[in-house]
Design a protein around this ligand. Structure first.
Ligand code: ADP
Ligand code: MG
Ligand code: ZN
Length: 612
């Protein structure tokens, strides 16, 4: 709301009341000697009255100049209902006029006040609306109100821990911002956009600020959701403004937080969001339109890269993605150390132990742990934070996290470790499966308690029968390992089983990879769903008997792979236990490490290396 505008409304209201007030005063000033109506009538009939002003309640009058009354010439009387008055006044040639005094302001008020009320409501709503849009209604498009520009950011890379890989990748960006000439001279391609990807609270925003702090450049930050306004075109104008401002301040960093709010794939979802699309398009245009050599680097953060519009990830836009993952144990310790600097710790506090207690927690959770511990110490009237405070704080934070991610019991962790190593070992020993990149038991959300990451060596469009069988075997590896070590399976393998069963079904029904059923495709995909919406699912073109055969065949296929895996893992059980033990300690393990254990075992050498 414009301040001046609001002021003028108050002036208007003030002027109105002043007017009424003055009018009252004017008539009050004529409050002359009050005489009775009969006295007035006598004067009137005696031809003594010169003029009168009649209102609906009173009559003001003046006597003729030559009439000498002791009280002076002016008089006032209360008007009574006298139908003959006007007639007499006319007869006596008295000048008279009527004034609507008291109803004048009533009448005016009766139409002014509703207008004022409406105006007030209107202004109120107007302000609400414009506040919703950032409180700068009159400045649509001028993003100054929403873009935060900071100089001299007090955050440095030292304040970020546990994300070493990301830090390393970002060093180049800092280098470039510090000395752009060095890069431009060689003509190297400078990253235009860097996308920080990772779960919430892992320090993406912090990293972006640290980059700006390290490079000592201005930092423009805006949240993706702030771009998306209720007025079509505002977001796009903001983007234009943002880039305009940034170019003037180069070298600098533009940081778009929560890019997913803005960069959702266009034209998907139930509603096409016109405004968001326009904003996104403008962002794409701006990103293409400027030369990275001017020294503007665009950072963005998201925790849902999968929903981003593909156009954003294309070369020349956010073509570099940096994974900011959940920290491992040493990483958590380092983060705890950073945050513990702000509080006084007792001498015997072991952050190592706290780090070991908190698998799955992210930087924000750990900062929270330290803060809770400090609060507990204060509540206990103690000067320093003790180990028990930290441990209780962990429990509190865990309780708060319960729904988001789980912190596992010791037993559960052991099971998960064996399960994952089981997957990995099968993948390593079986021909035709992708090499194992990484094994982790850092929980990610509710669904995944651990994971084994396999990297395909090449892009595959075709898979052979034996490769599909290998895939099933690897999927069964987790469950079989659990059975082998703990004597029974757990619910943790449900997802694996589902995937394995799906592969087996498709092998038999779609790929004709069953000897008993023969080379037949048993599902026919239905016609296009636009032609016949009721017929969109694959049509089963086989009898019930065949269905039974398929089920049997699927079961058999999986059973044979299970047997294969059982034999395989029994043979290398020592590697399984050793690997799981190591994984329990380190939480993350590279494929090479496990491969080395396997090699040592197969060569008949002791696997345990002297502790370092
Ligand atoms: P994100 O943007 O990934 O959701 P933030 O950067 O907003 O996470 O992190 C929130 C807070 O948590 C930070 O201000 C910091 O105090 C703490 N934090 C998160 N990650 C780290 C980390 N890797 N090192 C140190 N502190 C961290
Ligand atoms: Mg953030
Ligand atoms: Zn599994």
């Amino acid at each position: 709301m414009d301040k001046k505008f609001r002021f003028s409304i108050w002036y208007f209201i003030l002027a109105f009341w002043l007017l009424i007030f003055l009018q009252e005063i004017y008539f009050a000033s004529q409050h002359l000697d009050e005489v009775s109506y009969s006295q007035f009538k006598v004067w009137l009939l005696d031809d003594k009255v010169a003029e009168v002003t009649i209102t609906d309640t009173i009559i003001n009058g003046k006597l003729k100049p030559d009439v000498q009354e002791e009280k002076g010439n002016g008089f006032q009387t209360i008007r009574v209902d006298d139908p003959d008055l006007v007639k007499i006044l006319e007869e006596k040639n008295v000048e008279f006029s009527g004034v609507i005094v008291s109803t004048l302001w009533k009448d005016v008020a009766s139409w002014v006040i509703p207008i004022l009320i409406f105006a007030a409501i209107w202004i109120f709503m107007f302000r609400r609306v414009s506040q919703g849009a950032g409180g700068s209604f009159m400045r649509i498009g001028q993003s100054k109100a929403k873009i935060y520009m900071e100089k001299d950011i007090p955050v440095s890379m030292k304040d970020v821990a546990g994300v070493d890989e990301a830090k390393e990748e970002l060093l180049e960006v800092i280098e470039f911002l510090k000395t752009p000439e060095k890069f431009t001279r060689i003509g190297g391609r400078i990253p235009k956009g860097v996308l920080l990807v990772g779960p919430p609270g892992t320090g993406k925003t912090l990293l972006a600020r640290a980059i700006a702090g390290e490079a000592a450049v201005p930092f423009f930050s805006i949240s993706g959701s702030e771009f998306v306004e209720m007025f079509v075109g505002v977001g796009a104008a903001r983007v234009r403004d943002l880039f305009e401002n940034a170019k003037g301040m180069a070298p600098c960093i533009i940081f778009i937080d929560e890019l997913d709010a803005l960069g959702k794939a266009r034209g998907t979802g139930p509603m096409v969001h016109e405004e968001r699309e326009q904003t996104l398009n403008q962002l794409l245009v701006e990103m293409d339109g400027f030369d990275p050599r001017v020294g503007v680097i665009i950072l963005a953060a998201t925790n849902r890269p999968e929903i981003l519009d593909q156009a954003l990830l294309r070369a020349g836009r956010f073509d570099r993605q940096v994974l900011v993952d959940r920290p491992d144990r040493p990483g958590r310790k380092a983060i705890l150390q950073i945050h513990a600097k702000a509080v006084k710790l007792e001498e015997d506090v072991s952050l190592e132990k706290i780090a070991a207690m908190t698998p799955g927690m992210v930087g924000a959770d750990l900062a929270n742990v330290v803060n809770e511990a400090a609060l507990l110490a204060v509540r206990g009237n103690r000067e320093t934070v003790a180990q028990v405070d930290l441990e209780e704080a962990v429990e509190r934070v865990v309780a708060g996290l319960e729904k988001k991610s789980r912190v596992l019991s010791v037993e559960e962790r052991k099971r998960v470790a064996h399960h994952e190593v089981g997957h990995a070992l099968v993948a390593m020993t079986i021909p035709g499966s992708d090499p194992v990149q990484k094994i982790s038991i850092i929980p990610r959300g509710i669904a995944a308690l651990g994971y084994t990451m396999q990297l395909p060596t090449e892009d595959r469009y075709l898979l052979t029968q034996s490769e599909l069988e290998s895939k099933i075997a690897v999927l069964l590896g987790g469950r079989v390992a659990e059975e082998l070590i703990f004597g029974e399976a757990s619910t943790g393998a449900a997802d694996d089983l589902q995937k394995a069963t799906n592969i087996a079904k498709r092998m038999i029904k779609d790929y004709g990879m069953s000897t008993t059923l023969g080379t037949v495709a048993l599902d026919q995909s239905g016609p296009s769903m636009f032609l016949s919406p009721n017929d969109s699912s694959p049509r089963s073109t086989y009898s019930e008997e065949t269905a039974r055969e398929i089920d049997q065949e699927v079961r058999q296929l999986i059973a044979s792979q299970e047997k294969r895996v059982q034999e395989l893992l029994t043979q290398i059980k020592p590697v399984l236990t050793q690997g799981a033990e190591k994984l329990l300690v380190d939480e993350v393990m590279s494929g090479e490490n496990l491969q080395e254990l396997l090699r040592l075992h197969q060569a008949g050498e002791p696997m345990m290396k002297p502790a370092t």
